[in-house]
Design a binder for this molecule. Structure first.
Ligand code: ADP
Length: 382
Protein backbone atom coordinates (compact mmCIF):
# COMPACT_ATOMS: atom_id res chain seq x y z
CA UNK A 1 0.00 0.00 0.00
CA UNK A 2 1.42 3.37 -0.83
CA UNK A 3 0.29 6.50 0.91
CA UNK A 4 -0.79 9.07 -1.65
CA UNK A 5 0.89 12.45 -1.61
CA UNK A 6 -1.44 14.90 0.02
CA UNK A 7 -2.12 18.54 -0.82
CA UNK A 8 -0.35 20.24 2.07
CA UNK A 9 1.90 17.32 3.04
CA UNK A 10 5.56 17.85 3.76
CA UNK A 11 8.04 15.97 1.63
CA UNK A 12 11.57 16.33 3.06
CA UNK A 13 12.08 14.22 6.18
CA UNK A 14 15.20 14.25 8.35
CA UNK A 15 15.97 11.18 10.44
CA UNK A 16 18.12 11.47 13.55
CA UNK A 17 20.13 8.25 13.75
CA UNK A 18 21.35 5.98 10.99
CA UNK A 19 20.72 2.53 12.43
CA UNK A 20 18.60 -0.34 11.17
CA UNK A 21 15.30 1.43 11.62
CA UNK A 22 16.45 4.35 9.49
CA UNK A 23 17.80 1.84 6.97
CA UNK A 24 14.36 0.17 6.78
CA UNK A 25 12.67 3.60 6.59
CA UNK A 26 14.85 4.26 3.56
CA UNK A 27 13.65 1.02 1.95
CA UNK A 28 9.99 1.74 2.69
CA UNK A 29 7.39 2.61 0.12
CA UNK A 30 7.53 6.42 0.41
CA UNK A 31 6.39 8.11 -2.80
CA UNK A 32 7.32 11.77 -2.91
CA UNK A 33 9.23 11.66 0.39
CA UNK A 34 12.99 12.22 0.53
CA UNK A 35 15.01 11.12 3.54
CA UNK A 36 18.08 12.87 4.90
CA UNK A 37 19.73 10.98 7.71
CA UNK A 38 21.91 12.42 10.49
CA UNK A 39 24.38 9.59 10.99
CA UNK A 40 27.98 8.45 10.96
CA UNK A 41 29.35 8.04 7.42
CA UNK A 42 29.37 4.23 7.63
CA UNK A 43 26.05 3.67 9.37
CA UNK A 44 23.49 1.27 7.81
CA UNK A 45 20.93 3.90 6.73
CA UNK A 46 23.42 5.70 4.51
CA UNK A 47 22.84 2.92 1.94
CA UNK A 48 19.07 3.45 1.67
CA UNK A 49 18.40 7.12 2.42
CA UNK A 50 18.76 9.93 -0.10
CA UNK A 51 21.17 12.24 1.68
CA UNK A 52 23.40 12.22 4.73
CA UNK A 53 24.42 14.86 7.21
CA UNK A 54 27.45 13.28 8.85
CA UNK A 55 27.35 13.82 12.58
CA UNK A 56 26.14 12.71 15.96
CA UNK A 57 22.55 12.74 17.20
CA UNK A 58 23.60 14.92 20.14
CA UNK A 59 25.62 17.46 18.18
CA UNK A 60 23.48 20.59 18.09
CA UNK A 61 25.34 22.04 15.11
CA UNK A 62 24.69 18.89 13.10
CA UNK A 63 21.03 18.92 14.16
CA UNK A 64 20.72 22.50 12.93
CA UNK A 65 22.31 21.56 9.60
CA UNK A 66 19.76 18.77 9.27
CA UNK A 67 16.92 21.11 10.20
CA UNK A 68 17.91 23.54 7.45
CA UNK A 69 17.63 20.82 4.81
CA UNK A 70 14.31 19.22 5.71
CA UNK A 71 10.67 20.05 6.52
CA UNK A 72 10.30 17.75 9.52
CA UNK A 73 12.61 15.69 11.72
CA UNK A 74 11.94 12.22 13.14
CA UNK A 75 14.06 9.69 15.06
CA UNK A 76 15.37 6.15 14.81
CA UNK A 77 16.59 5.86 18.41
CA UNK A 78 16.21 7.40 21.86
CA UNK A 79 19.81 8.49 22.49
CA UNK A 80 18.97 12.16 22.05
CA UNK A 81 19.43 15.28 24.16
CA UNK A 82 15.94 16.51 25.02
CA UNK A 83 17.15 20.01 25.98
CA UNK A 84 18.71 20.50 22.56
CA UNK A 85 15.53 19.27 20.88
CA UNK A 86 13.39 21.59 22.99
CA UNK A 87 15.57 24.54 21.90
CA UNK A 88 15.15 23.59 18.25
CA UNK A 89 11.42 23.22 18.68
CA UNK A 90 11.22 26.65 20.33
CA UNK A 91 12.97 28.08 17.28
CA UNK A 92 10.29 26.61 15.01
CA UNK A 93 11.89 23.34 13.88
CA UNK A 94 9.19 20.73 13.34
CA UNK A 95 9.96 17.58 15.35
CA UNK A 96 7.63 14.58 15.07
CA UNK A 97 7.44 13.19 17.68
CA UNK A 98 8.31 16.28 19.70
CA UNK A 99 10.61 16.35 22.74
CA UNK A 100 7.66 16.40 25.16
CA UNK A 101 6.45 13.03 23.83
CA UNK A 102 9.95 11.63 23.39
CA UNK A 103 10.73 12.12 27.05
CA UNK A 104 8.49 9.18 27.92
CA UNK A 105 10.59 6.91 25.70
CA UNK A 106 14.00 8.36 26.56
CA UNK A 107 13.64 8.26 30.33
CA UNK A 108 12.16 5.11 31.89
CA UNK A 109 11.84 6.70 35.33
CA UNK A 110 9.85 9.62 33.92
CA UNK A 111 7.75 7.17 31.90
CA UNK A 112 6.92 5.00 34.90
CA UNK A 113 5.98 7.96 37.09
CA UNK A 114 3.89 9.58 34.36
CA UNK A 115 2.02 6.36 33.63
CA UNK A 116 1.52 5.59 37.33
CA UNK A 117 0.05 9.08 37.79
CA UNK A 118 -2.37 8.40 34.94
CA UNK A 119 -3.49 5.12 36.51
CA UNK A 120 -2.08 2.90 33.74
CA UNK A 121 -1.32 -0.72 34.74
CA UNK A 122 2.39 -1.21 35.55
CA UNK A 123 4.59 -3.61 37.49
CA UNK A 124 5.08 -2.39 41.06
CA UNK A 125 8.21 -0.25 41.04
CA UNK A 126 10.24 2.41 42.76
CA UNK A 127 12.65 4.95 41.24
CA UNK A 128 15.84 5.54 43.26
CA UNK A 129 19.27 7.01 42.60
CA UNK A 130 21.12 5.47 45.52
CA UNK A 131 21.31 1.99 47.06
CA UNK A 132 20.90 3.66 50.46
CA UNK A 133 17.57 5.28 49.62
CA UNK A 134 15.04 4.37 52.31
CA UNK A 135 12.41 3.87 49.61
CA UNK A 136 14.45 0.98 48.21
CA UNK A 137 14.50 -0.74 51.60
CA UNK A 138 10.79 -0.17 51.96
CA UNK A 139 10.18 -1.61 48.47
CA UNK A 140 12.34 -4.68 49.13
CA UNK A 141 10.51 -5.29 52.41
CA UNK A 142 7.12 -4.89 50.83
CA UNK A 143 7.37 -6.30 47.34
CA UNK A 144 10.18 -8.46 46.18
CA UNK A 145 13.65 -9.44 47.32
CA UNK A 146 14.87 -10.37 43.82
CA UNK A 147 13.69 -7.37 41.81
CA UNK A 148 14.62 -6.42 38.27
CA UNK A 149 16.78 -3.29 38.20
CA UNK A 150 16.74 -1.12 35.07
CA UNK A 151 18.76 1.90 34.02
CA UNK A 152 16.41 4.83 33.38
CA UNK A 153 18.24 5.83 30.21
CA UNK A 154 20.18 4.22 27.41
CA UNK A 155 19.12 0.57 27.79
CA UNK A 156 17.97 -1.55 24.86
CA UNK A 157 17.91 -5.25 23.93
CA UNK A 158 18.24 -6.15 27.60
CA UNK A 159 21.31 -3.97 28.20
CA UNK A 160 20.80 -1.98 31.34
CA UNK A 161 18.45 -4.66 32.77
CA UNK A 162 19.68 -6.67 35.77
CA UNK A 163 17.84 -9.70 37.16
CA UNK A 164 19.02 -9.66 40.74
CA UNK A 165 19.51 -12.61 43.08
CA UNK A 166 18.78 -10.87 46.37
CA UNK A 167 18.76 -7.67 48.36
CA UNK A 168 22.53 -7.11 48.31
CA UNK A 169 22.67 -7.85 44.60
CA UNK A 170 19.81 -5.41 44.00
CA UNK A 171 21.62 -2.67 45.90
CA UNK A 172 24.84 -3.42 44.00
CA UNK A 173 22.95 -3.16 40.69
CA UNK A 174 21.49 0.23 41.68
CA UNK A 175 25.01 1.43 42.51
CA UNK A 176 26.53 0.00 39.32
CA UNK A 177 23.92 1.36 36.91
CA UNK A 178 24.12 4.80 38.53
CA UNK A 179 21.78 7.76 38.13
CA UNK A 180 18.04 7.18 38.26
CA UNK A 181 17.14 3.51 38.17
CA UNK A 182 13.81 1.74 38.11
CA UNK A 183 13.56 -1.15 40.55
CA UNK A 184 10.56 -3.35 39.82
CA UNK A 185 8.98 -6.59 40.93
CA UNK A 186 10.11 -9.75 39.16
CA UNK A 187 6.90 -10.93 37.52
CA UNK A 188 5.79 -14.44 36.69
CA UNK A 189 5.04 -13.84 33.02
CA UNK A 190 2.42 -15.74 31.06
CA UNK A 191 3.84 -14.12 27.96
CA UNK A 192 4.61 -10.83 26.28
CA UNK A 193 2.69 -8.92 23.61
CA UNK A 194 3.24 -5.72 21.68
CA UNK A 195 0.76 -3.16 20.42
CA UNK A 196 1.73 -0.85 17.61
CA UNK A 197 -0.28 2.19 16.74
CA UNK A 198 0.37 5.20 14.58
CA UNK A 199 -0.90 8.65 15.46
CA UNK A 200 -1.02 11.47 12.94
CA UNK A 201 -0.19 15.06 13.76
CA UNK A 202 -3.95 15.71 13.54
CA UNK A 203 -4.66 13.05 16.17
CA UNK A 204 -5.88 10.39 13.69
CA UNK A 205 -4.96 6.96 15.02
CA UNK A 206 -4.59 3.59 13.32
CA UNK A 207 -3.87 0.42 15.28
CA UNK A 208 -2.05 -2.68 14.07
CA UNK A 209 -3.21 -6.09 15.29
CA UNK A 210 -1.73 -7.19 18.61
CA UNK A 211 1.23 -9.57 18.32
CA UNK A 212 2.88 -12.12 20.59
CA UNK A 213 6.55 -11.45 21.23
CA UNK A 214 9.09 -14.02 22.36
CA UNK A 215 12.26 -12.85 24.10
CA UNK A 216 15.57 -14.64 24.34
CA UNK A 217 18.45 -13.25 26.43
CA UNK A 218 16.61 -9.94 26.81
CA UNK A 219 16.28 -9.58 23.02
CA UNK A 220 13.20 -9.99 20.89
CA UNK A 221 13.57 -13.35 19.08
CA UNK A 222 10.19 -13.87 17.42
CA UNK A 223 6.93 -12.00 16.75
CA UNK A 224 3.69 -13.76 15.84
CA UNK A 225 0.43 -12.56 14.38
CA UNK A 226 -2.23 -13.35 15.46
CA UNK A 227 -1.51 -12.93 19.13
CA UNK A 228 -2.17 -16.15 21.04
CA UNK A 229 -2.94 -14.70 24.47
CA UNK A 230 -6.08 -12.65 23.78
CA UNK A 231 -6.13 -9.13 25.32
CA UNK A 232 -6.56 -7.40 21.92
CA UNK A 233 -9.17 -4.92 23.06
CA UNK A 234 -7.39 -4.11 26.32
CA UNK A 235 -4.03 -3.58 24.58
CA UNK A 236 -5.43 -1.29 21.88
CA UNK A 237 -7.28 0.80 24.47
CA UNK A 238 -4.20 1.13 26.71
CA UNK A 239 -1.96 2.07 23.77
CA UNK A 240 -4.50 4.72 22.68
CA UNK A 241 -4.48 6.17 26.21
CA UNK A 242 -0.67 6.28 26.19
CA UNK A 243 -0.62 7.95 22.77
CA UNK A 244 -3.02 10.67 23.93
CA UNK A 245 -1.28 11.13 27.26
CA UNK A 246 2.15 11.79 25.76
CA UNK A 247 1.01 13.38 22.49
CA UNK A 248 2.72 10.80 20.28
CA UNK A 249 3.12 11.45 16.56
CA UNK A 250 4.22 8.56 14.36
CA UNK A 251 4.60 4.96 15.49
CA UNK A 252 4.04 4.20 19.16
CA UNK A 253 5.04 0.69 20.23
CA UNK A 254 3.81 -0.47 23.62
CA UNK A 255 5.33 -3.66 25.00
CA UNK A 256 3.23 -5.46 27.58
CA UNK A 257 3.81 -8.17 30.13
CA UNK A 258 0.96 -10.68 30.23
CA UNK A 259 0.30 -11.73 33.83
CA UNK A 260 -2.50 -13.58 35.60
CA UNK A 261 -3.86 -10.15 36.52
CA UNK A 262 -3.94 -8.96 32.88
CA UNK A 263 -1.65 -6.66 30.94
CA UNK A 264 1.04 -4.51 32.54
CA UNK A 265 2.97 -1.95 30.49
CA UNK A 266 6.66 -2.82 30.20
CA UNK A 267 7.87 0.01 28.03
CA UNK A 268 7.11 2.25 25.08
CA UNK A 269 9.00 3.39 22.00
CA UNK A 270 8.12 6.31 19.74
CA UNK A 271 9.57 5.07 16.48
CA UNK A 272 9.23 2.11 14.18
CA UNK A 273 9.91 -0.92 16.32
CA UNK A 274 11.34 -4.40 15.94
CA UNK A 275 7.97 -5.88 16.96
CA UNK A 276 6.48 -4.14 13.89
CA UNK A 277 8.88 -5.43 11.23
CA UNK A 278 6.33 -8.08 10.28
CA UNK A 279 4.15 -5.28 8.85
CA UNK A 280 6.51 -4.80 5.86
CA UNK A 281 5.03 -7.86 4.17
CA UNK A 282 2.34 -8.77 6.68
CA UNK A 283 0.14 -5.66 6.69
CA UNK A 284 -1.33 -3.53 3.92
CA UNK A 285 0.73 -0.53 5.05
CA UNK A 286 4.05 -1.06 6.80
CA UNK A 287 4.91 0.69 10.05
CA UNK A 288 7.63 2.56 8.15
CA UNK A 289 5.30 3.97 5.50
CA UNK A 290 2.79 4.94 8.19
CA UNK A 291 5.45 6.53 10.37
CA UNK A 292 6.48 8.75 7.45
CA UNK A 293 2.84 9.46 6.64
CA UNK A 294 2.32 10.69 10.21
CA UNK A 295 5.50 12.78 10.20
CA UNK A 296 4.61 14.46 6.90
CA UNK A 297 0.89 14.96 7.48
CA UNK A 298 -0.33 12.37 4.96
CA UNK A 299 -3.38 10.21 5.68
CA UNK A 300 -2.48 6.99 7.48
CA UNK A 301 -2.81 3.75 5.51
CA UNK A 302 -4.79 0.63 6.44
CA UNK A 303 -3.17 -1.77 8.89
CA UNK A 304 -5.07 -4.91 7.86
CA UNK A 305 -2.93 -8.07 7.78
CA UNK A 306 -2.19 -9.59 4.36
CA UNK A 307 -2.30 -13.20 5.59
CA UNK A 308 -3.95 -15.30 8.29
CA UNK A 309 -0.58 -15.91 9.98
CA UNK A 310 2.61 -13.85 9.94
CA UNK A 311 5.80 -14.72 11.83
CA UNK A 312 8.92 -12.56 12.13
CA UNK A 313 12.17 -13.99 13.46
CA UNK A 314 15.27 -11.92 14.11
CA UNK A 315 18.45 -13.24 12.52
CA UNK A 316 20.98 -13.21 15.35
CA UNK A 317 24.65 -14.11 14.80
CA UNK A 318 25.48 -17.63 16.03
CA UNK A 319 28.84 -19.16 16.95
CA UNK A 320 29.91 -19.26 13.28
CA UNK A 321 29.49 -16.61 10.57
CA UNK A 322 26.42 -17.27 8.40
CA UNK A 323 26.96 -18.70 4.91
CA UNK A 324 27.58 -15.94 2.35
CA UNK A 325 24.24 -16.50 0.63
CA UNK A 326 22.18 -16.59 3.84
CA UNK A 327 19.89 -13.77 2.82
CA UNK A 328 18.76 -15.53 -0.35
CA UNK A 329 15.61 -17.31 0.81
CA UNK A 330 15.63 -21.08 0.39
CA UNK A 331 11.88 -21.04 0.08
CA UNK A 332 10.26 -18.60 -2.32
CA UNK A 333 6.93 -16.85 -2.45
CA UNK A 334 5.87 -16.58 1.18
CA UNK A 335 9.01 -15.68 3.07
CA UNK A 336 11.19 -12.56 2.95
CA UNK A 337 14.71 -12.25 4.33
CA UNK A 338 16.02 -8.82 5.27
CA UNK A 339 19.80 -8.52 5.43
CA UNK A 340 21.01 -5.51 7.42
CA UNK A 341 24.46 -5.81 5.79
CA UNK A 342 26.22 -5.93 9.15
CA UNK A 343 29.43 -7.74 10.01
CA UNK A 344 28.78 -10.98 11.86
CA UNK A 345 29.35 -11.16 15.59
CA UNK A 346 27.82 -13.77 17.93
CA UNK A 347 24.64 -12.32 19.41
CA UNK A 348 24.46 -9.43 16.93
CA UNK A 349 21.19 -8.78 15.08
CA UNK A 350 22.06 -9.30 11.40
CA UNK A 351 18.62 -9.09 9.87
CA UNK A 352 15.15 -10.52 10.12
CA UNK A 353 12.92 -13.02 8.36
CA UNK A 354 9.19 -12.77 7.83
CA UNK A 355 7.02 -15.68 6.72
CA UNK A 356 3.29 -15.63 6.05
CA UNK A 357 0.60 -18.14 5.19
CA UNK A 358 -2.68 -19.84 6.04
CA UNK A 359 -1.34 -22.13 8.70
CA UNK A 360 0.28 -21.18 12.02
CA UNK A 361 2.71 -24.08 12.31
CA UNK A 362 4.10 -24.16 8.79
CA UNK A 363 4.49 -20.37 8.79
CA UNK A 364 6.61 -20.56 11.96
CA UNK A 365 8.62 -23.44 10.55
CA UNK A 366 9.44 -21.49 7.39
CA UNK A 367 10.53 -18.38 9.28
CA UNK A 368 12.75 -20.33 11.66
CA UNK A 369 14.24 -22.46 8.90
CA UNK A 370 15.61 -19.34 7.22
CA UNK A 371 16.85 -17.82 10.49
CA UNK A 372 18.53 -21.04 11.59
CA UNK A 373 20.25 -21.37 8.22
CA UNK A 374 21.93 -18.06 9.08
CA UNK A 375 23.11 -19.45 12.43
CA UNK A 376 20.34 -18.13 14.69
CA UNK A 377 19.83 -20.32 17.75
CA UNK A 378 16.32 -21.27 18.84
CA UNK A 379 13.03 -22.18 17.23
CA UNK A 380 13.60 -25.91 17.82
CA UNK A 381 9.89 -26.24 18.55
CA UNK A 382 8.92 -24.62 15.26
P1 ADP B 1 14.92 -3.44 27.12
O1 ADP B 1 14.50 -2.06 27.45
O2 ADP B 1 16.40 -3.61 27.07
O3 ADP B 1 14.19 -4.05 25.95
P2 ADP B 1 13.09 -4.67 28.98
O4 ADP B 1 12.81 -3.85 30.16
O5 ADP B 1 12.07 -4.75 27.90
O6 ADP B 1 14.51 -4.30 28.38
O7 ADP B 1 13.41 -6.15 29.46
C1 ADP B 1 13.84 -7.16 28.55
C2 ADP B 1 13.09 -8.46 28.84
O8 ADP B 1 13.39 -8.91 30.16
C3 ADP B 1 11.59 -8.33 28.81
O9 ADP B 1 11.09 -8.40 27.51
C4 ADP B 1 11.18 -9.51 29.66
O10 ADP B 1 11.26 -10.73 28.94
C5 ADP B 1 12.24 -9.52 30.74
N1 ADP B 1 11.78 -8.69 31.90
C6 ADP B 1 12.00 -7.36 32.07
N2 ADP B 1 11.45 -6.92 33.21
C7 ADP B 1 10.88 -7.99 33.81
C8 ADP B 1 10.14 -8.17 35.03
N3 ADP B 1 9.90 -7.16 35.85
N4 ADP B 1 9.71 -9.42 35.33
C9 ADP B 1 9.94 -10.46 34.49
N5 ADP B 1 10.63 -10.35 33.32
C10 ADP B 1 11.09 -9.13 32.97
Amino acid sequence: MSVEPHGSALSRVGVVGGGQLARLLGEADRPGISLTVLAGADEPAVATCDEVVVGDARDETALRTLAERVDVITFDHELVDLDQLARLEDEGVLLRPGPGALRAAVDKSFQRQLFAGAGLPLPRFVVVDSPHDARLTEFLDRVDTTPVVKAARGGYDGRGVVFTTGRDDARAAVERLGGDVVVEEHLALRGEVAQLLVRGADGQVVTYPLVTTVQRDGQCAEVRYPCDTGHEVEAAALAARVAELIGAVGVLAVEFFVTDAGLLINEVALRPHNTGHWTIEGARTSQFTNHLAAATGRPLGPTTPTAAHVVMVNVVGGAEPPPPDWSRPRHHGDVAVHDYAKTWRPGRKLGHVTAWGDDATSTRVRAWREARAAGTAGGEDA
